[in-house]
Design a protein around this ligand. Structure first.
Ligand SMILES: *Cc1c(COP(=O)(O)O)cnc(C)c1O
Length: 382
């Protein structure tokens, strides 16, 4: 069977983009690279819906999180980190590593943020001790889409910095970076960008730059001031994965051809048919409310008697489909279907079809047909 990467990154990538990876390398301090850099920055601004600077860092998304922490904050700074999953936890851990005074606002794993509690905490902060709010937009570990605009509004009222892990949401769902006043927004090439892993993108607002300039955190490789100094010259700060820039240039032109609206619509639809199919089969979604559903991944609770590993192993063996498991507390409870990257409804249809057969082979009685449900939904759109 054909391999199918149904993961929340890395993702399937169109052949035209993959082919660029075989282009001969160029001088990363030459004119050709400067031209590509200029073009990809413009393209990234378009996806981020921002006029802000965008840093392109040679690392995975986690490196971008660390870069934002050391550039925006100084040791001893107080921050509020809102946590309802593994990646929120990671943001807090990174900030702790650098001596930031992290106040955690913990919600249970896979439970929505309580906006009232966030609002009250920010209102209580009369002396403006809180320097920043840290949150994850699409919490990939649970497939919950956290209320970014709502939290941004609260942060705007308070006046502190807004640091956002949008690693699995940028490019999949509407984010108004500038209008919402996001100071640092992080994403990575292997998520919504149809590019292999290795590059991370971070937008930095004017207010963000003030913080970068006054930060006392030690940094060299991550220093945004250095990155910007070189960017202005049309160069990367240090040697960068040049091939990934070829791919990014191609993928941004592919995305432009589709248009942002259509990209978001496609993710909405993939998410919808995945969720409806899962319900039809008789399985439960970890995030039952459609309004809170991530557009890049869907987490599904395993039925009694079946483990996530059993499903993942069997569907890989029998159909060559890669699904994701659960992380940490959810390791034995969920599996996840990624619908991120170069995916269309037929990919979901195949995956759901294979999942149904896999569940039957594992002895689970299907309540109904997910495949039929998707066909019905597809019949209505043209
Ligand atoms: C994937 C992901 C990360 C981690 O990214 P890496 O590229 O693996 O370092 C962090 N946060 C979220 C929300 C993610 O989806």
């Amino acid at each position: 069977m054909k391999p199918r990467l149904m993961l929340p990154g890395p993702t399937p990538i169109p052949e035209k983009i993959l082919n660029t990876l075989s282009y001969p390398l160029i001088n990363h301090r030459g004119e050709e690279f400067a031209y590509i850099l200029k073009e990809v920055i413009e393209g990234l601004r378009w996806v981020f819906q921002t006029k802000n600077d965008i840093m392109i860092l040679p690392c995975s998304g986690t490196g971008g999180m660390e870069a934002v922490v050391v550039n925006a904050l100084s040791p001893g700074d107080k921050v509020l980190c809102i946590i309802n999953g593994v990646f929120g936890e990671r943001f807090a851990t990174i900030a702790n590593c650098f001596g930031i005074n992290v106040e955690r606002l913990d919600f249970k794993t896979a439970q929505p943020f309580d906006l009232k509690i966030i609002e009250q905490r920010l209102e209580q902060d009369n002396n403006k001790e809180i320097k920043a709010v840290l949150m994850v937009h699409s919490e990939t570990s649970t497939s919950m889409l956290n209320p970014l605009k709502e939290v941004s509004d609260l942060v705007k009222n308070h006046g502190c910095l807004m640091l956002v892990d949008g690693i699995s949401s940028v490019g999949t769902v509407d984010i108004k970076n500038d209008e919402w006043g996001i100071d640092f927004l992080i994403t990575a090439s292997q998520k919504g960008f149809l590019v292999p892993p290795g590059l991370t993108f971070v937008s930095v607002s004017e207010k963000g730059w003030q913080a970068v300039k006054s930060s006392k955190s030690p940094r060299f490789y991550w220093d945004f001031r250095k990155h910007k100094e070189f960017m202005i010259k049309g160069q990367p700060f240090t040697t960068t994965p040049i091939s990934l820039f070829f791919a990014l240039k191609e993928s941004l032109s592919f995305m432009k051809n589709q248009g942002l609206e259509n990209i978001f619509k496609n993710y909405d639809f993939l998410t919808r048919i995945t969720r409806e199919a899962i319900r039809a089969i008789g399985l439960s979604l970890l995030i039952p409310d459609d309004k809170m559903a991530s557009r890049s991944v869907t987490a599904i609770l395993v039925p009694d008697g079946i483990t996530p590993d059993m499903i993942k192993k069997k569907i890989k063996q029998d159909f060559n489909i890669e699904l994701a498991g659960g992380q940490k507390d959810l390791k034995d409870k969920i599996f996840r279907i990624g619908h991120l990257g170069y995916q269309d409804p037929m990919d979901i249809l195949s995956t759901i079809s294979a999942l149904e057969i896999t569940l039957l082979r594992l002895g689970f009685n299907l309540k109904g047909s997910g495949v039929k449900t998707i066909q019905e939904l597809l019949k209505d759109v043209q």
